[in-house]
Write a new protein. Sequence first.
Length: 235
Amino acid sequence: MRHLLTIAILFTTLSIFGQKKSVWFDTGIKVQYGAAGLYNAAIADSDIYDYRIGRGLSYGGKIGVNFNWGGFTIDVMKSSANQEFDQTGITQKPKIEWESTDLYLLYRNAKNLGYFEIGPKMSLINKVTNSFDGLSGETTEYYNTNTLGGVVGFGANIMGNDGRFSGILGLRFEYGFTDFVKDNTTSSPAPLAGLYTTEYKPSNLAFAGVVFELNWGIGYFGKAQCGARSKFIMF
């Protein structure tokens, strides 16, 4: 998946700059909500632990540089997510909660009132909390300060389409390529104590959910009159 993402980014970059485009800029606010969690093969194979569906919520803003139907967006999102587990013999479910600042650099192709986006994501981990058998405590020290991942999304305009204002609703899928846990040994207490019996397995953050976005056009480079030099024109 990592190699496919790299190829897709290179292809779309070449296709954009290989043609003459009119450049315009927009900004927006957005929120996303859906299923979140972390994947660890040791948990999936465990006879003690089992997964429950976690939840994630993010909100923030974006700025876009557009070339007709294609372009790039930078998203900055404040996120919180959690992952619960079932554990044999324990009534209180083990739970991991984390907060992060997420940075996205995405290529977006928007045409016919729809869009497709793809690109990398960096999560700056701000806080991690582990809960076990009714007790809760901060465990940030056991986790990496940042993770890298890939993002794929698609959706459609549901209001406005003239470049000045638009609202879009879509789906977004994210998967972390780097390990969430700092200490990659079998003695690590993260993400769950006593998890590793034979071999260490990495923990990869994941998200799948709905994203809603409101966009406002800022302006574009163009000619105010015939024969004039190009300049920035506000919408």
